[in-house]
Design a protein around this ligand. Structure first.
Ligand SMILES: O=P(O)(O)OC[C@H]1O[C@](O)(CO)[C@@H](O)[C@@H]1O
Length: 541
């Protein structure tokens, strides 16, 4: 794959956007809406039951055309095809990027190195389904003959955030007589608190690690093994209480888990794109194989939408381009993701890895230093909690923070008028952010002069609103795939490798060195700050 492209800032659409930005920056959303009474429905797209209202963005029709031109000039269409067809677009790791194959239908053909990977994907799904059914029905027994009541997923990063997010998101569909816990942090507190009230005879550990070498996960897995064997006594119990999800059969056997109890995946699945591979085993046990497959069909529907829909109607492309617009032309540093659904409480955390591990890069595919900003910081909390915490800064602070509001037309828990109250807040917030409140309006309310500046809302603060029908497994699949492909769109435009993560390596290497120093008496050869901190810790230990 060629890594030489016209530098981004030399593209004609980029240059045109630079000067166009000067025209748009002083314009207020109040004026843009006043100029076109249809704006609110014109700048909106509906696909797959997802309604994206992007009218409250600081754009005009011309901005949109230029952004779409930028996507064309960046070769987005070709790069998309390269990804979907299994080209090794993760160039620094020489790997294909095929999370889309994880949700492809049985009869699809997707070749990696001349081999169709789809049959293996479905074989693993079938094995997962059979296993999930046995755990759910109680047919899978623990070592002492009791049925499994607790499922503990041990993993970190993509081997944790997807499973936790999906479990929380789809809790409504989960089998309620099973408990699910997630242990990720190497801090012993995480394991201790997750297991303190569990009965080992009824507990199944899923050790989830693509590499099966990750320090945190291996440490927690060893602790889990000891915890289980201390209570169950017999090493043979491991076979009934531990299963593995990994690409590394060798390390799984070394750990003592029979590879018959291993669910595999492949090096062409990135950790942060793995929740619909075997890494989703805990999700499948929670919601059942049929619901899991419905989630996969949601992912697949969005894959097809992304691949086949013209850019101007393409949800991930539009969202990716809008993110570029604020990040690179308005110098916005962050994006707030604000789900108005309690079930999506871990969605922002999930998106942090997806977006920031993917696009937190400072060189292009050819290794040149970029001279523009790449991935913004993603953050957020579910509404309405965020409103009573950080929204003050979004409304009246000095920074521009584009927001994604996510709401549902129907709630899964229709208690009195809760859902109307919740959704009223979505609509109110986006309205307040866009249109604000002028000094005249504030004065007209009888506010004393000295207080007026404090009560003015400038407005002109952009947002997208994503309105979905109902939170189902299928909808969740669509929503996650929407963000996956938006991240891809942005990475293509920035000309970076969105699928490696070298930035997490240095800290890992240094930690291994320091672990030895904390255990032994070796001489400390760090900088004066690190030396002093380690010495202080050693003294107190
Ligand atoms: O699944 P593994 O191999 O344990 O890796 C866990 C996580 O570590 C990383 O490699 C780096 O944080 C992530 O990309 C990955 O999701």
């Amino acid at each position: 794959m060629s890594t030489t492209a016209t530098p981004l800032t030399q593209l004609s659409a980029w240059k045109a956007l630079k000067s166009h930005h000067e025209k748009i920056a002083p314009r207020h959303l109040r004026e843009l809406f006043a100029e076109d009474p249809q704006r609110g429905t014109k700048l909106a797209v509906e696909a797959l039951g997802i309604y994206l209202d992007y009218s409250k963005n600081r754009i005009t029709e011309e901005t949109l055309q230029l952004l779409l031109k930028l996507a064309e000039e960046s070769g987005l269409r070709e790069r998309m095809e390269a990804m979907f067809s299994g080209e090794k677009i993760n160039i620094t790791e020489k790997r294909a990027v095929l999370h889309t194959a994880l949700r492809a239908p049985k009869d699809a053909v997707i070749n990696v190195d001349g081999k169709n990977v789809v049959p293996e994907v479905h074989q693993v799904l079938d094995r997962m389904s059979a296993f999930a059914d046995r755990v759910r029905s109680g047919a899978w027994k623990g070592h002492t003959g009791k049925r499994i009541r607790n499922v503990v997923n041990i993993g970190i990063g993509g081997s944790d955030l997807g499973p936790v997010m999906a479990y929380e998101a789809l809790r409504h569909y989960s089998q309620r007589d099973l408990n699910f816990r997630f242990v990720s942090n190497v801090d012993g507190t995480d394991f201790a608190e997750a297991t303190h009230d569990l009965d080992a005879e009824e507990t199944l550990f899923i050790v989830s690690s693509k590499t099966f070498t990750t320090l945190e996960t291996m440490t927690n897995a060893q602790t889990a093994r000891k915890w289980a064997l201390d209570k169950l006594g017999d090493p043979a119990a491991v076979a009934k209480h531990f299963v593995a999800v990994s690409t590394n059969a060798g390390e799984v056997s070394k750990f003592g888990i029979d590879t018959a109890n291993m669910f595999g995946f492949w090096d062409w699945v990135g950790g942060r794109y793995s929740m619909d591979s075997a890494i989703g085993l805990s999700t499948m046990i929670a919601i059942g194989p049929d619901n899991f497959r419905a989630m996969l069909s949601g992912f697949h529907a969005m894959d097809e939408h992304f691949r086949t829909t013209p850019f101007e109607k393409n949800l991930p492309v539009l969202m990716g381009l809008l993110s570029i617009w604020y990040n690179d032309f308005f110098d916005a540093q962050t994006v707030a993701v604000l789900p108005y659904d309690q079930y999506l409480k871990r969605f922002p955390a999930y998106l942090q890895q997806l977006t920031m591990e993917s696009n937190g890069k400072h060189v292009t595919l050819s290794g040149a230093q970029v001279d523009y900003q790449t991935g913004p910081i993603y953050w957020g909390e579910p509404g309405t909690n965020g409103q009573h915490s950080f929204y003050q800064l979004i409304h009246q602070g000095t920074r521009l923070i584009p927001c994604d509001f996510i709401g549902f037309e129907k709630t899964l828990n229709p208690l009195s008028n809760h859902h109307d109250l919740l959704m009223a807040n979505v609509f109110a917030q986006t309205e307040a952010l866009a249109f604000g409140k002028t000094a005249e309006q504030v004065k007209a309310e009888g506010t004393p002069d000295w207080l007026v500046p404090h009560r003015v809302f400038e407005g002109n603060r952009p947002s997208n609103t994503l309105l979905l029908q109902e939170l189902t497994p299928e909808t969740l699949g669509k929503l996650v795939a929407l963000y996956e492909h938006s991240v891809f769109t942005q990475g293509v435009i920035w000309q970076i490798d969105s699928f490696d993560q070298w930035g997490v390596e240095l800290g890992k290497v240094l930690a291994v060195r320091i672990i030895k120093e904390l255990e032994g008496n070796s001489e400390l050869k760090h900088d004066s700050s690190t030396n002093a901190l380690i010495q202080r810790y050693l003294k107190a230990k």
